[in-house]
Design a protein around this ligand. Structure first.
Ligand code: PMV
Length: 320
């Protein structure tokens, strides 16, 4: 009746932005991500007949605001006539700040809940359950380089290359660890309904994805860098042109981008990507990690940097 699981966040290089079906939380576009290793969320789920309501404790504190999404996710995993659950979560990086904490949280949650309730869901079913809670969470069920294909009625996932097949690193520059002002679901809906660039964004996604997939297969860093940065900037352009505009960046985000541009000019193998928050993620080859971290640490407004290699998908830690 109790199980604990761990998952790591993933960072999209080809972004998911926009929903085909709001009710079922199906993405309008396919995406490609890397799963990290040193940032993690652990989730323990215990179902009990003695509980009158679900409970959620995050990093030793009661968390009422996330509870409705957690309960809805548990309903999807086990069916609605379930026992109430006590959910305990531990996370070693800032939550809800555009660092994909919901991806690792829901990926770990579905694995733990499924086991605690005695189900034997396969990985794709677990990914679909996680994706119904947070679109990007589906990708954290898999390790390494992960492709999420948005089909008409559902999503499909595959790990296109292992974490150790191409040991890229990600340096995260935290510029503001607080919660983001607009949640990604609301921002996506606003983009779809008001941004004049939204339809071009959706139309061009298949071609960006194919380019990125080839770059991963060929281990062609410059090709991956060019398509990833362009895809990220297109996503943010869609947001900037929405009404009212959605701007997740701050001045430190821009300083970090300038720093990455300067490193690229100096011949360093590094590129940036930015999600629904002001943090910048620099993707680089292993030899460049120290240079990239020191350069980002020195940027005005950077609170701290975190370094991660690529890692495995969500997995069970223990159950009883
Ligand atoms: O999974 P959500 O609903 O938090 O949306 C994630 C959106 C981005 O992080 C901006 C892009 C992505 O593909 O992860």
């Amino acid at each position: 009746m109790r199980a604990e699981a761990q998952a790591q966040p993933n960072i999209a290089l080809i972004k998911y932005w926009g929903k085909r079906d709001i009710e079922q939380n199906l993405p309008a576009v396919s995406s490609l991500s890397v799963t990290l290793d040193s940032l993690w969320t652990k989730m323990a789920v215990e179902f009990s007949a003695d509980l009158a309501a679900d409970e959620l404790v995050v990093n030793d504190e009661q968390s009422a605001d996330m509870l409705p999404r957690i309960s809805a996710c548990l309903d999807r995993v086990t069916g609605e006539g379930r026992m109430r659950a006590s959910v305990t979560s531990e996370c070693n990086f800032p939550i809800a700040a555009g660092l994909a904490s919901s991806a690792s949280a829901f990926a770990a949650l579905v694995v733990a809940a499924s086991k605690a309730a005695g189900f034997q869901h396969d990985t794709l079913s677990l990914a679909r359950l996680a994706g119904a809670a947070s679109g990007s969470a589906a990708r954290s069920l898999y390790g390494g380089f992960v492709e999420l294909a948005a089909d008409d009625n559902d999503i499909d996932l595959i790990s296109i290359a292992d974490a150790d097949s191409w040991p890229l690193h990600v340096v995260v520059a935290v510029t503001q660890a607080g919660r983001k002002p607009v949640g990604s679901s609301e921002a996506m809906m606003r983009s779809a309904s008001s941004s004049p660039f939204y339809s071009s964004w959706v139309e061009q996604q298949a071609s960006d994805l194919a380019t990125a997939r080839d770059a991963v297969m060929e281990k062609d860093f410059s090709k991956l860098a060019a398509v990833s940065e362009h895809n990220c900037l297109k996503m943010h352009s869609v947001m900037w042109a929405s009404r009212p505009p959605i701007v997740y960046w701050n001045s430190a985000t821009l300083s970090c981008m300038e720093t990455i541009r300067a490193l690229q000019k100096a011949g360093r193998a590094v590129f940036f990507t930015i999600d629904a928050g002001p943090q910048l993620k620099a993707v680089c080859l292993p030899d460049e990690v120290d240079t990239v971290s020191s350069a980002l640490d020195a940027c005005k407004g950077v609170e701290r940097t975190m370094v991660s290699g690529l890692g495995a998908g969500a997995r069970l830690l223990e159950s009883r």
